[in-house]
Design a protein around this ligand. Structure first.
Ligand code: NAD
Length: 476
């Protein structure tokens, strides 16, 4: 598949290609050009050329193109979901959710097009002021491999609705879905050059976008170390940045929780997308009064998960996104076992056998009574390992929940509103769910505190972040 620059298919400067692999079978499914700084610059030029005409349309006109894009994506969700599963590994059902999620985000922003704010400020005898909002110009979007479609929607929809044009870099492992979605938006009426996709490596294309002097803003989603580098590089050209980084979300189950509901929430919260979600449940704290029953039901559910090729019928969990990811998860478990840091309740190793040997499969894993210094609690584990700890009072649970450098999401499972409020007030996080985890509709602002990042995506806040104010002061 080719990159898409200025509405053209581009093969790349010197015929260098990167393979795209199916993580369930280890087979090459396609290749994309390995972009260079030349293509980044070409894409910026195309985006600059397209900017004046795009910015001069009304938000409602831009929104109607997003709506048409959403409807085309919905018509084709079957084939696009299949492509996403092929390159990323997640079960078809989850891919379909994600592709519909892409359309939801476009529709949400199209729906708020009319709410584009401006302000009139009367200044008495001194005059009047009018505050308008302008698009920023060319913006950059850098996407990770775990949610290539949804995160593309989070970055493109508000930026485009606000009148900006974009240079987007998909993750090296999952470029195909993003390329197809970009073409679909063009088919829906997005003018050439408004959304450009440059495939390639992070250190080249990603850094090229972040350093580019004529890109005004970059929205990056990825891991903390890359995010720090992005922030440092962006400072060199006065770029605004949104950094959506890692997480180590706590889920706290209070003694009055509906146990069945909480177990289902923990299983989905941790094993959705094979645990490769920024806001997955990465640490589970259960009140000791209910822990015996909770753990027994949790273990049964986890052992019943069907793991396999995401294209097959009835699969609950696919492979990890590649052998490197599987090996990283295995290193966490090997370390845990070697140091005797707790008890394994389920799973604990890569899956073996004819259905698994060519892919990157790891068993859904639950461990309990984990040592507080274990890497399973201290680092972000981006895979299907769920550490469970028991507690007896809320203060202890909240203290442990905050023992991390991250602060993305958190959840409290209870019927008691005062317990929910207490957790909301004291846990470090950008979003706190009550009796849920992981659900992020486009309406709610999403982002973290501390090492989980800067800025917010989704909601009207994200739209505003792609604009700057300009004030007209009319003296009397
Ligand atoms: P990553 O940082 O390795 O890569 C993310 C993107 O950045 C890729 O497109 C990559 O090619 C590019 N990149 C790599 N090096 C770069 C550089 N030097 N300059 C610019 N771009 C560069 O992250 P990943 O492994 O793809 O994604 C997993 C991480 O993303 C996890 O930590 C996860 O928690 C986080 N994540 C966060 C959110 C959120 O909203 N907070 C959502 C999804 C994933």
């Amino acid at each position: 598949m080719h990159m898409r620059i200025g509405g053209r298919d581009v093969a790349g400067a010197d015929d260098r290609w990167m393979p795209v692999m199916n993580p369930a079978t280890g087979e090459e499914i396609d290749r994309v050009p390995e972009g260079t700084l030349y293509e980044v610059d070409d894409a910026v030029r195309a985006a600059e050329d397209a900017f004046p005409a795009w910015a001069s349309r009304t938000a409602r006109e831009r929104g109607s193109i997003l709506l048409r894009g959403a409807s085309l994506v919905r018509e084709r969700y079957g084939e696009i979901s299949r492509l996403l599963t092929l390159e990323q590994g997640k079960p078809l059902r989850e891919s379909a959710d994600e592709i519909r999620g892409f359309a939801n985000v476009l529709e949400y922003y199209a729906g708020i097009a009319g709410l584009f704010p401006g302000e009139y400020i009367p200044l008495g005898p001194a005059g009047d002021a009018i505050v308008t909002r302008e698009p920023l110009g060319v913006c950059g979007a850098i996407i990770p491999w775990n949610m290539p479609a949804l995160l593309m929607a989070w970055k493109t929809s508000p930026a485009l609705l606000a009148g900006n044009t974009l240079v987007l870099k998909p993750a090296s492992r999952t470029p195909l879905t993003d390329c197809v979605l970009a073409r679909t938006l063009e088919e829906a009426g997005l003018p050439p050059g408004v959304l450009n996709v440059v495939t390639g490596k992070g250190e080249v294309v990603g850094e090229g976008i972040v350093r580019h002097p004529r890109i005004s803003r970059v929205s990056f989603t990825g891991n903390v170390e890359t995010g720090l580098r992005v922030q440092e590089l962006a400072a060199g050209s006065f770029k605004e940045v949104t950094l959506e980084l890692g997480g180590s979300d706590p889920m706290i189950v209070w003694k009055d929780a509906d146990i069945g509901n909480a177990v289902a929430g923990a299983v989905r919260g941790r094993f959705y997308n094979a645990g490769q979600t920024c806001t997955a449940v990465k640490r589970l704290f259960v009140h000791e009064n209910i822990s015996a029953e909770f753990l027994q039901r949790l273990r049964k559910r986890v052992e019943g998960l069907r793991v396999g090729n995401g294209l097959d019928e009835g699969i609950d969990m696919g492979p990890l996104c590649g052998p490197g990811q599987r090996d990283e998860i295995n290193r966490f478990m090997e370390d845990f076992k070697r140091k005797g840091e707790g008890t394994i309740l389920a799973g604990g190793e890569p899956l073996r056998g004819p259905a698994y040997d060519r892919g990157s499969f790891f068993a859904p894993t639950v461990v309990k009574d984990v040592h507080p210094e274990s890497a399973l609690l201290r680092k972000e584990v981006f895979g299907p390992i769920l550490p469970v700890m028991c507690f007896d009072d809320l203060d202890t649970a909240i203290r442990h929940a905050n023992e991390t450098r991250y602060g993305l999401g958190a959840s409290i499972w209870t019927r008691d509103i005062s317990v929910a409020r207490e957790v909301f007030a004291r846990v470090n996080a950008g979003v706190v769910w009550v009796n849920r985890h992981l659900t992020i509709p486009p309406e709610i602002p999403f982002g973290g505190v501390r090492a989980s990042g800067l800025g917010r995506e989704n909601g009207s806040q994200a739209l505003l972040s792609y604009t700057r104010t300009k004030t007209l002061y009319i003296g009397r």
